[in-house]
Design a protein around this ligand. Structure first.
Ligand SMILES: *Cc1c(COP(=O)(O)O)cnc(C)c1O
Ligand SMILES: [Zn+2]
Length: 465
């Protein structure tokens, strides 16, 4: 475990009056800083240094916060009061919780669209599909650019502004670029996007172009391009906003903060989410541990990460132990999790052990059918998000998740991100990367009819209930 842990939740309340607690919180001598994530190193860096990995050992960095001695009641009162405010940073589902993101010193610099405030849906239809009594979904597709990347990007671009950067860049399977392009545009910065040529969902590419990003398609896969751009960023002086960026992780913590607030701070038994580069699980775990340190929750939920079988190095490592062995040439139609060499696997591994978590993988067929079920719930999601429900179903069948467990699934992206996939599935044309057909188990193809009123009327009678 990397963070100092709080004592019992009641301890903080004994600190004294609210005002004293707030002052104590503001004057703590352990101000937020960057720290090497490697427990044997922990080298510190200042927040205003442009570094992505540790100069000593090469590990990823994290924003180190210290919430020791905070009064959770103060935070709750502040967050509740902001619900009545009309200011963008109070409306935002990230910055409404800004006490949890103390790296921002000057709120005037915050770049917000505003993000977050995503629904927590009750999904009985998906619950019965998974074999659960009940199931709810935190749907991050309801963000300004349609994915949870916005929760992180508002923080990453805000940091870029604080650093005085003029250009930001990322390598992306799609949603990161769409999000970065939007926030850079809002901040008046240039966005430079590197994409694997021909391997990106159309909706996401469309967004990047429309938001005005310089879009460079490279003939290499995600992992290769990331290695290239990490070198390039230093050479050319561009701020990198990939998931190695620790400030994005800070923003993404808000997903779990908001979810717990929506549940009146009742901790579920399980939180389940898809895993690609594993930034989101890292953020979720850090957010939960910090909420525990603040005293807003006592226990951590268990966490399950679900990968696509053709891109599942983290699931393999969880099963086999040892170091992560990258998958060369990762494949899945769920392009947002088509990652063979996830950069955040050490952080993710440490969060999985802190939360007694599980990692598993699901097939293309399981993802496709789960996605169609989520569609029938009335909201839908993109393919990578559906790995969540496919994974829950698998874990329930295997007995890892009890049928009466309190489960929240995170849906990461919007249905319209990948319309091509949707159409192919429903019309029976979807093919897995292996060339094998994906069966349209819940297929709902469009029907073409001649201009013949009586035949259409007959068809409508037959299709009724
Ligand atoms: C980025 C993304 C993921 C994967 O998240 P990681 O942080 O890379 O593990 C999953 N689903 C969607 C829709 C995404 O955009
Ligand atoms: Zn280090």
């Amino acid at each position: 475990m990397m963070m100092p842990q709080a004592g019992p939740a009641g301890q903080a309340a004994a600190v004294g009056s609210r005002a004293e607690a707030l002052i104590g919180w503001a004057l703590r001598d352990v101000a937020p800083h960057l720290a090497c994530f490697n427990p044997d190193c922990r080298r510190r860096f200042r927040l205003d240094q442009v570094v992505y990995s540790c100069a000593d050992c090469g590990s990823l960095l994290e924003v180190a916060n210290d919430f020791e001695g905070t009064d959770p009641e103060c935070f709750l009162l502040e967050w509740k009061a902001r619900r009545r405010s009309l200011r963008t940073i109070d409306v935002s589902g990230v910055w409404r919780f800004r006490e949890m993101l103390p790296f921002v010193r000057d709120p005037a610099r915050i770049v917000s669209l505003p993000e977050g405030n995503t629904p927590l849906f009750d999904a009985p239809r998906a619950a019965s599909y998974a074999g659960l009594d009940g199931l709810s979904f935190k749907h991050q597709g309801y963000n300004p650019t349609g994915s949870f990347k916005d929760n992180g990007m508002t923080a990453g671009v805000t940091q870029a502004v604080s650093l005085g950067m003029r250009r930001v860049a990322c390598v992306s399977t799609g949603n990161t670029s769409a999000s970065m392009a939007a926030y850079a545009a809002a901040a008046g910065m240039q966005a430079v996007i590197f994409l694997p040529a021909g391997k990106i969902a159309y909706g996401k590419l469309a967004q990047a172009l429309e938001y005005g990003a310089l879009t460079i398609q490279v003939e290499a896969n995600f992992d290769e391009i990331l290695a290239l751009v990490r070198k390039l960023a230093d050479e050319v002086g561009i701020y990198l906003l990939n998931s190695i960026n620790p400030f994005r992780i800070e923003g993404q913590k808000s997903i779990v903060i908001e979810m717990l607030e929506q549940r009146d701070w009742r901790v579920p038994d399980w939180v389940v989410l898809p895993g690609g580069n594993l930034g989101n699980i890292s953020a979720l775990g850090k957010g939960l541990r910090e909420l525990r340190q603040v005293g807003l929750i006592r226990d951590l939920p268990r966490i399950a990460v679900v990968q696509a079988a053709g891109s599942a190095p983290f699931a393999a490592q969880f099963r086999d132990g040892g170091e992560l062995r990258p998958v060369i040439g990762p494949e899945t139609l769920a392009t947002a999790i088509r990652i063979g060499n996830p950069v955040s696997w050490r952080k993710a591994g440490s969060e999985i052990s802190a939360a007694s978590g599980l990692v598993d993988a699901v097939s293309e067929q399981e993802i496709a059918d789960a996605k169609a079920v989520i569609g029938r719930c009335g909201f839908g999601c993109e393919p990578a998000s559906a790995a969540t429900l496919a994974g829950i179903r698998k874990l329930v069948r295997r007995g890892s998740i009890a049928a009466d467990a309190d489960v929240v699934g995170v849906l990461t992206g919007h249905l319209l991100k990948d319309p091509d996939y949707v159409y192919r599935y429903h019309s029976g044309e979807l093919q897995a990367p292996s060339g094998e057909p994906v069966h349209p188990t819940l297929g709902n193809p469009p029907v073409t009819v001649p201009n013949d009123r009586s035949r259409i009327a007959e068809m409508l009678r037959r299709s009724e209930g």
